[in-house]
Design a binder for this molecule. Structure first.
Ligand SMILES: Cc1ncc(COP(=O)(O)O)c(C=O)c1O
Length: 362
């Protein structure tokens, strides 16, 4: 074998390149272990499947300049995407309102998601789930259109990431619950920035998470009030209380209308004969609730056992929460909490780096 690049024949160089590109197919013994950096996953990027590390947008993209973009995150149960069409519909509502030029139809988007999953399946553990992230950016701002080497128009990116890494370390929260803490950082109401559009202008969530991380105690997750002092939502989740057997959640005004939230309200509660109510919730109502929980796509539902450090109800995971989670698990054919707990041991990555829900892993 030659020792210098210069001395190598074209054929040898081509062989090296080909091996490098395809290395995972041959030498990857444990693609679902710790090696999350470059496990061979591909991303659907403007119509082409490209390696995750090669999917890049310009520094002049409107998303970076303005946080001007919409996105969606979906998850699978036993490999099948849950409520994918509902997520795509919410995405297209944002695309419409923001007037992002879009040639891809919702049907084509759905097809592209399935293509992406199929291409990535070999790199997923058999017991993993696919967390799909769809990002849509407007592309280059007009004044940068002469910059070469980048798409000028809309960027559509579909990334497929193992769900086990998204929820790593969170399994124990299904038993102990979290402490929802009110931050001075409030939710931005619909009159200022429409939260029903799932958008990336999220600095205020980060501010709330930083604040929550500085509070005493552990498992503090920020809960934001709207400008009128009513509970709005978490930094990546919707909020619910249970009172006298009824499930109550904030009106869908100053919040993202979560797909999981809708599933609880429109399907699980009716399946279980539980009354579901949308109304303004004051902090007093949370302190005096029997139970509380939050909903979010990756975690489905998580118990909230404390509010600003005060136990909610008995301060343990409540019976209504348990019934709902059990029913969801049965409907999905996956024991949701057990699955996330099982992944816990497998991966404890970057526990001290921010996630959508908290600033630090305290
Ligand atoms: C601000 C916010 N609220 C609520 C949710 C929950 O929405 P979904 O159930 O559709 O995941 C999310 C999810 O990312 C969110 O970012």
């Amino acid at each position: 074998m030659c020792s210098s690049r210069q001395g190598c024949s074209d054929k040898y160089l081509h062989g090296c390149w080909w091996l490098a590109r395809n290395r995972v197919k041959f030498i990857w013994k444990n693609p679902w272990g710790d090696k999350m950096k470059d496990a061979g996953r591909v991303v659907w990027f403007n119509g082409k499947l490209v390696p995750e590390s090669e999917a890049k947008i310009s520094i002049y993209d409107s998303a970076l300049m303005f946080g001007d973009m919409v996105f969606e995150m979906t998850r699978s149960f036993n490999g099948r995407q849950f409520k994918l069409r509902e997520h795509i519909n919410r995405l297209y509502a944002g695309i419409k309102i923001l007037r992002v030029p879009m040639t891809l139809s919702p049907d084509e988007m759905e097809k592209a998601v399935h293509e992406t999953i199929e291409a990535n399946q070999p790199f997923f553990a058999p017991d993993d789930e696919h967390r799909i992230l769809i990002d849509v950016t407007r592309g280059l701002l007009g004044l940068y259109h002469d910059v070469v080497g980048h798409e000028k128009g809309t960027n559509v990116i579909i990334a497929d990431f193992p769900l086990r890494w998204t929820v790593a370390g969170m399994g124990r929260l299904f038993d102990g619950g979290i402490n929802s803490v009110i931050t001075s950082q409030r939710a931005i109401p619909a009159s200022l920035l429409e939260p029903k559009i799932k958008n990336r202008s999220r600095m205020f969530y980060m501010m709330a998470n930083i604040e929550a991380s500085a509070m005493e105690g552990k498992d503090n997750w920020a809960l934001l009030l709207d400008p009128d002092g009513f509970i709005a939502e978490g930094t990546g989740s919707n909020f619910f209380i249970v009172k006298d057997g009824n499930v109550i959640t904030p009106e869908p005004r100053n919040i993202l209308r979560g797909i999981s939230r809708a599933y609880i309200l429109e399907e699980l509660c009716s399946q279980l004969g539980i009354k579901a109510i949308e109304k303004n919730i004051e902090t007093y109502d949370v302190y005096t609730a029997d139970e509380a929980f939050l909903t979010s796509t990756p975690l489905c539902m998580l118990p909230v056992t404390r509010f600003n450090g005060t136990p909610i109800g008995s301060g343990t995971v409540g019976p209504v929460y348990k019934r709902l989670l059990k029913q969801w698990s049965e409907n999905a054919g996956v024991d949701i909490a057990a699955q996330i707990k099982a992944w816990n041991e497998a991966h404890q990555l970057n526990a001290d780096a921010p996630t959508p829900y908290r600033f630090k892993g305290k």
